[in-house]
Design a protein around this ligand. Structure first.
Ligand code: CO
Length: 675
C-alpha cells in the first residue's frame, strides 16, 4: 500500500470523516463454523449463536459461515441437534448476510465419497434450506469429485466457490509438487468449471506471508474471478499473510470474532479493521458494533465452552506446524490417539514416519479426511510394524485411498504399499482411474429400506445415509424412541456457575467433607491406640459399631483407596495424618477391601480379540457360530473417525461376540472370542 493511499489519520474522526475505500477488503466471518470447530471441537450450539446473530447481520460481512465441515457430524452425534434445523433457525436471524457452508465435494459433510444419489439429495436439501455459498473442496484437489455437486449449485443459482487445498512438501512454497504452477493451473481448472470465486484454503496455517503475496498475485493475473484467502492462525503467520495478500490484491479474507479467533482458528476481525482504517482497502466495519458482539459472546456464550479450550499449553501458536508442515488439528489428534493407546512416548517416531507414509500414499494434501487417513495409518505403522514388515494393520480408508476411491493422488502411490493394501480388497486388487463415484452403487434406496419408518423425510434419510450408526441413534432421540443421554444435553450458565464455585472451593481447600453426624456413645468395644508421629503422641480410639473390632491394613498414604473407611476419623482424634501402619495388627485382616478382580469379559474359551484402541463398533462381519480363517475381518472398529477392519487372530469358530454396532469400547475390551 503506497503512501498516497493513507489519509491523514490524525485529523480523522472515526465515526464522521472515515472515507469510503475504493476497494474494500471483503470479509467472511467463520465464528459460527470454523471458529468453534477449531477451538471448541465444533460443539457450538444453535441457541448460543442466536444472541449475536442479528448484530452480526449488521456488520456487513460478505458472508457468514454457518454450516458444513464437522458441524453435521458433531451436531447429531454429540449435541442432539438436527443439523438441517440449524440453517432454518439461523436464517430467521440473518436477513441480509449470505450463508456459506464448507462442502467436502463428493464427501459432502462426511469422510468418504458418497454415491451420486446421496450427493444429489444432500445438495437439494442444502439449497432448499437456503444455503447461499458452497465453499467446495476436495482433499486431493481432484476436481472430478466436483462433477456431481457443482451442477446442483448452478441449478439452484447459488454461488460456487472452488477451493485449492494449500499444501507443501518443503518448508516454503516450491518443490516438485506444490509449486506456483500447481496453484495457477488448479485455479484455471476451477474457473473453467464455473467457479464464482476461487479460494486458497490453507487449513494448516502453512502459508508464509511472502508466499501468500506471490500466490495471490499470480492467481489475480491468471483468473478473472475474485480470489479468497482462508488461512488458519495455527502457526502464527496468518495475520502477516493476510496483510501481504491484501497488498497483492486479494478480494476476500476469512476472520473470526475475537472470542473465536487465534490459536488453531483464524485471525480476529477487529485488529484487521483498525489496521486497514482509512486506507483504500478499509473494510468499512463499525468497530463499536464488533465490540458489542464481542461482549455478548464473552459474557453469555464463552463461559459455556471455555472448558473445551485446550489449555494444556501456554503458547497460542503451534510451532510444530512450522517444523512439520502438518495441520495442528492433525497433530493434536495424533497426540490424543497415542495417549489413548498409552504410547505417547512414540510421538517422535510418528513425526519421523509421517512424511514417509504421506509420500507412499501419493503426497496427498493433509486436510479432512486425508489428514486423518495418513495420520492414523502412521500411528498404526509406528505401533504395529517392524522394519521388515510394514503396513501390518491397514485401515479400510487407506485401502479405499489406494484403490482410487478418493480420487487421483498428487504423485502415484508406492507400488509395494498398493499391492499390500489391495490384497483381498473387496472391490478388486486393480485400482481404478475413473471418477470415484462412478464405481459406487446407489445408496439411498438401500438406506431407505434399512432405516424404515424411523426416517420421516429426505433430510432424515440423508442424515442416516451419511452416518448410519450415529445417524440412526440420533433419529431415535429425535422421535423419542430412546431418551437422549445426559452428555448430549446443553450446559446452562447456571451449570457453569455451580462448577466454577466448586473449583473455587477446591482451590481454597474448602472441599473437605466434614462429618455431619453427632458422635455416638463410646461402646465397650472401644480400643485405644498410642500413635507417635514425628515425636508427637496421640491417643486414638477405635470403636467398631458391630461386634469385635477388625483392623484393615492401611496402605501407604496417598495410595489409599477412596472407599477406605477412615478409621482414625473419630471426632476426638487430632487432625493428624493416618499412621503408616496400624500399631497392633488384628488377629484377622478382613479381605473386604480387596479389589475385585475384573471378571473376564467373555466366558467363552478360545483366542480373545481385544480392542487394539478405544473406539466405536461399526459392525460385526461375523456372528457366533460362523467359521473364520486367520486374517479374515471379524468386525469393523471406528477409532478417530477411521474404520479399522480387525482380522481374526486365529482360524476357528466365533465363540462369542461381546458388543454390538454403536457400542463404545475401551482399549483391551474383548470384542470377540475365536475358538
Ligand atoms: Co478451516
Amino acid at each position: 500500500m503506497s503512501e498516497h493511499d493513507q489519509v491523514k489519520m490524525t485529523e480523522m474522526n472515526y465515526d464522521k470523516d472515515r472515507p469510503k475505500a475504493e476497494n474494500p477488503v471483503k470479509i467472511e466471518d467463520l465464528s459460527l463454523r470454523d471458529g468453534h470447530q477449531s477451538l471448541f471441537a465444533t460443539r457450538g450450539r444453535t441457541e448460543d449463536m442466536i444472541p449475536v446473530a442479528e448484530l452480526m447481520d449488521e456488520v456487513g460481512f460478505w458472508a457468514v459461515e454457518t454450516w458444513g465441515g464437522a458441524t453435521f457430524d458433531t451436531m447429531h452425534r454429540f449435541l442432539n441437534e438436527d443439523p438441517w434445523e440449524r440453517i432454518r433457525t439461523l436464517k430467521r436471524y440473518f436477513k441480509k448476510t449470505p450463508f456459506s457452508m464448507l462442502l467436502r465435494a463428493q464427501n459432502l459433510v462426511g469422510y468418504r465419497n458418497y454415491a451420486d444419489d446421496v450427493a444429489n439429495a444432500f445438495m437439494d436439501r442444502a439449497c432448499e434450506n437456503g444455503m447461499d455459498i458452497f465453499r467446495t473442496f476436495d482433499a486431493l484437489n481432484d476436481y472430478r469429485n466436483f462433477e456431481t455437486v457443482v451442477p446442483k449449485i448452478k441449478e439452484y443459482g447459488r454461488h460456487f466457490q472452488g477451493c485449492i487445498c494449500y499444501s507443501l512438501t518443503e518448508p516454503r512454497l516450491g518443490g516438485e509438487v506444490y509449486n506456483l504452477d500447481y496453484y495457477v493451473s488448479k485455479a484455471k481448472e476451477l474457473e473453467a468449471m464455473g467457479a464464482d470465486t476461487v479460494c486458497v484454503k490453507d487449513m494448516a496455517g502453512l502459508i508464509a506471508p511472502y508466499d501468500a503475496y506471490n500466490i495471490i498475485k499470480a492467481l489475480k493475473e491468471a483468473v478473472k474471478v475474485p480470489i479468497h484467502l482462508h488461512s488458519h492462525f495455527t502457526s502464527g503467520m496468518s495475520s502477516m499473510s493476510h496483510m501481504k495478500a491484501i497488498e497483492a490484491g486479494v478480494d476476500i479474507i476469512d476472520t473470526c470474532m475475537t472470542p473465536y479467533a487465534f490459536r488453531t482458528s483464524h485471525a480476529a476481525i477487529e485488529p484487521l479493521v483498525m489496521a486497514l482504517l482509512g486506507t483504500n482497502r478499509d473494510t468499512g466495519f463499525d468497530i463499536k458494533l464488533l465490540a458489542k458482539i464481542n461482549e455478548i459472546l464473552e459474557r453469555e456464550v464463552m463461559p459455556k465452552y471455555k472448558h473445551l479450550l485446550d489449555d494444556s499449553k501456554v503458547s497460542t501458536i503451534d510451532i510444530n506446524v512450522l517444523l512439520h508442515q502438518t495441520p495442528g488439528g492433525m497433530l493434536s489428534n495424533l497426540v490424543n490417539q497415542l495417549r489413548e493407546m498409552d504410547a505417547l512416548d512414540k510421538i517422535n517416531d510418528v513425526y519421523r514416519e509421517l512424511p514417509r507414509v504421506r509420500k507412499e500414499l501419493g503426497q496427498v494434501p493433509l486436510v479432512t479426511p486425508t489428514s486423518q487417513i495418513v495420520g492414523i495409518q502412521t500411528v498404526n505403522n509406528v505401533l504395529f510394524d517392524d522394519e521388515n514388515d510394514r503396513y501390518k494393520n491397514i485401515t479400510n480408508q487407506v485401502k479405499d485411498l489406494v484403490y482410487g476411491l478418493y480420487g487421483k493422488t498428487a504423485i502415484p502411490i508406492d507400488p509395494e504399499v498398493q499391492k499390500k493394501a489391495l490384497k483381498g480388497y473387496s472391490r478388486g486388487e486393480e485400482p481404478i482411474t475413473c471418477r470415484p463415484a462412478e464405481v459406487l452403487e446407489p445408496e439411498l434406496e438401500k438406506a431407505k429400506e434399512e432405516i424404515g419408518d424411523l426416517s420421516k423425510d429426505t433430510e432424515d434419510l440423508v442424515t442416516y445415509a451419511l452416518y448410519p450408526v450415529t445417524g440412526k441413534k440420533f433419529l431415535k432421540w429425535k422421535y423419542g424412541i430412546e431418551p437422549a443421554p445426559k452428555e448430549v444435553q446443553p450446559r446452562t450458565l447456571e451449570d457453569v456457575k455451580k462448577e466454577d464455585e466448586l473449583v473455587k472451593k477446591a482451590k481454597a481447600g474448602e472441599l473437605v467433607e466434614k462429618p455431619t453426624k453427632a458422635p455416638p456413645e463410646k461402646s465397650e468395644n472401644l480400643r485405644t491406640f498410642n500413635v507417635f508421629i514425628d515425636g508427637e503422641y496421640y491417643e486414638v480410639g477405635v470403636d467398631e459399631p458391630e461386634g469385635s473390632p477388625v483392623l484393615r491394613k492401611i496402605q501407604q498414604m496417598g495410595a489409599m483407596p477412596a472407599q477406605m473407611p477412615m478409621m482414625m476419623a473419630a471426632p476426638s482424634a487430632p487432625s493428624a495424618p493416618a499412621p503408616a501402619a496400624a500399631p497392633k495388627p488384628a488377629a484377622a485382616a478382613a479381605p473386604a477391601e480387596e479389589k475385585k478382580e475384573a471378571a473376564p469379559a467373555a466366558a467363552a474359551e478360545g483366542t480373545p480379540m481385544p480392542a487394539p484402541m478405544p473406539g466405536m463398533i461399526v459392525s460385526y462381519e461375523k456372528k457366533v457360530g460362523d467359521s473364520v480363517s486367520e486374517g479374515e475381518t471379524v468386525l469393523v472398529l471406528e477409532a478417530m473417525k477411521m474404520e479399522n477392519a480387525l482380522p481374526a487372530p486365529a482360524s476357528g469358530t466365533v465363540k462369542a461376540i461381546n458388543f454390538s454396532s454403536g457400542d463404545s469400547v475401551k482399549k483391551g475390551d474383548v470384542l470377540a472370542v475365536i475358538g
